[in-house]
Ligand binder design. Sequence first.
Ligand code: GDP
Ligand code: IMO
Ligand code: MG
Length: 427
Amino acid sequence: MGATVIVGTQWGDEGKGRFTDLLARDMTTVVRFQGGHNAGHTIVVEGESFALQLVPSGVLYPHITPVIGNGVVVDLGVLLREMEMLQSRGVDTSKLKLSGNAHMIFPYHQELDALHERHLGKNKLGTTKRGIGPSYADKSMRTGLRVQDLLDEKIFRAKLEVVLNSLNPTLSKVYNRMPVDADALAETFLNEYRPKIEPMVTDCITLVHERLEAGDEVLLEGAQATFLDLDHGTYPYVTSSNPTAGGACVGSGVGPRYIDRVVGVAKAYITRVGAGPFPTELFDDVGEHIVDVGHEYGTNTGRRRRPGWFDCVMMRYARRVNSLSELAITKLDVLDQLDTVKVCVGYEHDGQRIDDFPYHQSTLHQVTPIYEEMPGWKTDLTGVRTRPELPSEARDYLAFIEEQCEMQVTLVGVGPGRKQVLDFSAE
Ligand code: GDP
Ligand code: IMO
Ligand code: MG
């Protein structure tokens, strides 16, 4: 009995949402522990697709208590709209809890995100422009406003004034923009949002620990991914939080002794949105094919995702920094029509072979992947449900990844639907 963590092992959009939904079947509580509405987690149930940005992916089950943990940065307007969307589609959101320690994203964070990107010019990061970086920056500067600040008008206004005292001159003098109108902003947050948000604000530490102490299973749902991690990713082309397993502890208030399972989610290939190094990136027809068949366009920004081959060097690093206990692979079906498939097993740099992820970023920019090329299976996998039903080439592909990454694959997605999964642990 304890906590299970779900983390992305690549650059995001691996299918964390669909596996959170799957594992939540046997849990009581699902906690989102970091990130904000830069995330887009898709769950497909009987042909109906739900794209979630802030509400934890367990929400589709009536037995689940979904919790937005202290590590998340929350745009309250987006959260309320997402709840309305879910309610209008028959999903009960009344159990949703929100940590009072979560920081809020304000419209000015979003504006600053766009301004920073514009000023970076050709060095821009390709952020989602959701205000994530500026909001976490305020948190680190200790000038951020937390959800609990909304519950007391005096505190809210006082803290807002402190932020705006330094922000407004920057907006007008550095960026030539209109200063933020404190009264208009306070009006929206205190009068419009607060009455709807207040009933959800909960002491999430006590709630989650009471569940754990009662022997319940708790799921900690990550957003983004290992290589977008502020400390462990391809800095500066990262997000501003810690999507790795350590971040799950910090962002939920659950200590490491409770974590008994860490599920790493990976696509059978890789995609990346936004800028940054990507050793196995494909610029050819195979890449186009993967984007087309895999519908590789951002869930919430609509941007085309950059495609590439599965990279075992990255995966071995992800195994270490997350203490992964197992691997869950999605989108194996997207490779169905290829004649051959490639897996990166190492890098070459300056005539030397590298097996560990380079600790120096400039090395990563210069490496050439070493590939193992394997025959494709040329079979539609979308109806397959067990390992013996898989064509031998697909079984070999998974076995090769297991051997190279020194981890067992326990779940395999062969389509976006809830039932389009092979659960090896049940076989
Ligand atoms: P997340 O951010 O990690 O939750 O992933 P996203 O939802 O952003 O992106 C994953 C996309 O792939 C979504 O559109 C899912 O519906 C879809 N998907 C997930 N697993 C599979 C799979 O096994 N096969 C196929 N074809 N699509 C999948
Ligand atoms: P999920 O949870 C893919 C990327 C952005 C950009 C970088 C920084 O759906 O996997 P940010 O707005 O966070 O400051 O942008 O991180 N990024 C994601 N890429 N999936 C995500 O979330 C992402 N969240 C942020 O594209 O490169
Ligand atoms: Mg996504």
